[in-house]
Design a protein around this ligand. Structure first.
Ligand code: P61
Length: 475
């Protein structure tokens, strides 16, 4: 798919007087570096066994290129670091809270801001104040922590994303879209729907965006049924960038303008500041409704902290206020999404099976096509993430049957259609050369002649099992 916005070609004259087109480069230079430890195959094998074949349980010092997540792993700017020194650590009414409130109001447009320690803190509070046992919450594909809090509050989650989102090979510009027919069916049929949960972008589908036309249509439909839309705004700026690049009528609008319009079709949002907002910790819940916001403020003091810090230090709120402003800059987004696209293009041209089109924060490998013979209950994606680590010390994340967990009613594995491994790119951290190394390693693993048989669970925790589960090889 052509991305009209990504290269801003300038022309450079070479000595031969030929015109050569150059694509973009990052809009920053590197001021401080963090050394990486190199390991050999024997050390990695030992580390993997110690970690029970779970990349979440590896020590980060044993990892060469860490693509586990883009969550809290971004590099902050000099402006953000300077902001840390301006932390006002008063227990109540920190000036940094008001800066954060202003920044969220300006760029996202919501009325009330309730800070939380990270995204799941906001999800917990939202679920507790809005959901009653027996409710139904429709959403455009599940996310692990989001669905967990909805189910814990007594709701059943119903997936209303378009069917194509479950097929890694279908190329559509807005594969995160809600299927309006599916949604209307749920709106008509379910006894009580506290809200529709709309993620932008959709993490588990491969970082796929939602179009402006789709969120507008959702808004119209939900308004008819009197049901609010609560957005998962974790990567909404990346979503806005895709709208700019792919949706007719938005090429000349800024990312910031698009984000405001998108949010205007929703009634509130949960946010993990650890992604788009370029900070290492923090989150928030935003609401337009006054009485709901009052309930949330009552809850936040129980679980997070006072309503003017919600689990964050003053300095962290300042870094996030500044990070939000940087996150909506077009030059930043062009480089951010461009780097992900670069890795995706390398893998695509090497014939490696990936989710198409390449999404916002990560390239997703289709583990089923790496190991076509392996049954899903031998955890192909978990196995693939382990093999990638063994090959070159690249850490990735399983996003398949392990992440999907067990159905709380039947206790059986939930078998998702997508059995993926996520190569997640932290913001402003790695170079193009790192991406080249990753692509070579993934290709080598794809071409391996001796395919592993898979894994079996040796320890399974009760909640969100993928974080702490342990495995051993079947053979
Ligand atoms: C991630 F393996 N994401 O992608 P918190 N919504 C969305 C997220 O992506 C998200 C949260 C809410 C993580 C961290 C993580 O199964 C996992 O600030 C779209 O992490 O609480 C987090 O935000 C929650 C990794 C979370 C996982 C859950 O890597």
């Amino acid at each position: 798919m052509q991305n009209p916005q990504s290269p801003t070609p300038s022309t450079l004259r070479t000595t031969g007087q030929q015109l050569r087109r150059r694509s973009w480069a990052e809009p920053y230079k590197i001021k401080m570096v963090e050394p990486l430890k190199m390991t050999n195959a024997e050390q990695r094998k030992r580390a993997l066994i110690d970690a029970g074949y779970n990349t979440f349980l590896l020590r980060s010092e044993d990892v060469y290129i860490d693509l586990l997540t883009d969550s809290g792993t971004s590099a902050m700017s000099e402006n953000q670091w300077a902001g840390l020194m301006l932390g006002d650590e008063a227990y109540a009414g920190s000036k940094n809270f008001y800066n954060l409130e202003a920044s969220v109001g300006r760029y996202y447009g919501f009325k009330h801001l309730i800070p939380t320690h990270q995204g799941r803190g906001a999800e917990h509070i939202l679920s507790q104040i809005m959901i009653q046992p027996g409710d139904t919450v429709p959403g455009n594909m599940y996310f692990t922590t989001t669905r967990f809090h909805q189910e814990k509050a007594g709701a059943a989650f119903v997936d209303v994303i378009i069917d194509e989102a479950h097929d890694p090979s279908v190329e559509l510009p807005f594969k995160g879209n809600v299927d309006l027919n599916k949604l209307e069916k749920v709106l008509k049929g379910a006894s009580r729907i506290p809200y529709v949960c709309l993620a932008a972008t959709v993490n588990m589908a491969g970082g796929q965006p939602v179009s402006m036309a789709n969120v507008r249509a959702c808004h119209e439909l939900c308004s008819r049924y009197g049901v609010p839309i609560m957005m998962d705004a974790t990567r909404a700026v990346e979503n806005a960038w895709f709208i700019k690049c792919r949706e007719p009528g938005y090429a000349d609008k800024s990312c910031a303008e698009i984000l405001r319009e998108f949010c205007s079709y929703t009634d509130g949002a949960t946010m993990s500041g650890k992604k788009d907002a370029l900070v290492n910790i923090g989150g928030w819940l935003s609401l337009n409704d006054d009485s709901l916001a009052e309930k949330a403020r009552n809850m936040v003091v129980l679980y997070e902290g006072l309503h003017t810090y919600g689990g964050m230090a003053g300095r962290d709120m300042e870094a996030m206020a500044r990070g939000i402003e940087e996150s909506v800059q077009d030059d930043h987004m062009r480089a951010r999404i461009g780097q992900v696209e670069y890795l995706g293009d390398l893998l695509k041209s090497a014939g490696v099976p990936i989710v198409l089109p390449v999404g916002g924060h990560a390239v997703y490998l289709d583990a089923r096509r790496f190991y076509p013979e392996m049954p899903q209950d031998a955890f192909p994606a978990q196995m693939l993430a382990a093999e990638l680590y063994l090959d070159a010390g690249v850490r990735a994340m399983e996003r398949g049957v392990v992440s999907a967990g067990r159905d709380p009613r039947t206790g059986q594995h939930r078998f998702p259609k997508l059995e993926l491994v996520r190569l997640t790119i932290p913001r402003r951290v790695y170079t193009q050369a790192h991406m080249d190394v990753v692509a070579e390693s993934v290709e080598a693993v794809f071409l391996q002649k001796d395919k592993p048989e898979g894994l079996r669970l040796s320890y399974e925790p009760e909640y969100l099992r993928f974080f702490q589960a342990r495995f051993e090889p079947i053979s």
